[in-house]
Design a binder for this molecule. Sequence first.
Ligand SMILES: [Zn+2]
Ligand SMILES: [Zn+2]
Length: 102
Amino acid sequence: MKFCQKCGSMLLPSGDELKCRRCGHTEKRDDTTFISKESMHEKEMPVIEEKERAGLPTIKARCPECGNNKAYWWLRQLRSADEGEVRFFRCTKCDKTWREYS
Ligand SMILES: [Zn+2]
Ligand SMILES: [Zn+2]
């Protein structure tokens, strides 16, 4: 929110300027104030490091993506306590990662 330097009234957007309704004073619109501070949050999928991945055990599990029946698996504690530990799978063939729903 910006106010008129001359009379103190609220400035209203008018085209690419801000204009005072009371005295007609105009100011350049400061575009930075109109940029949303909210950044895009991508859905968090567990990312495993290459070195961590090398030591992962494999299990017979069907990949929903390519039908391969071998996947790495690991356990991860989720933030919400009531969900407890969840098992994640990662296809050895196509790298599709999914979690086990119980
Ligand atoms: Zn004014
Ligand atoms: Zn796969």
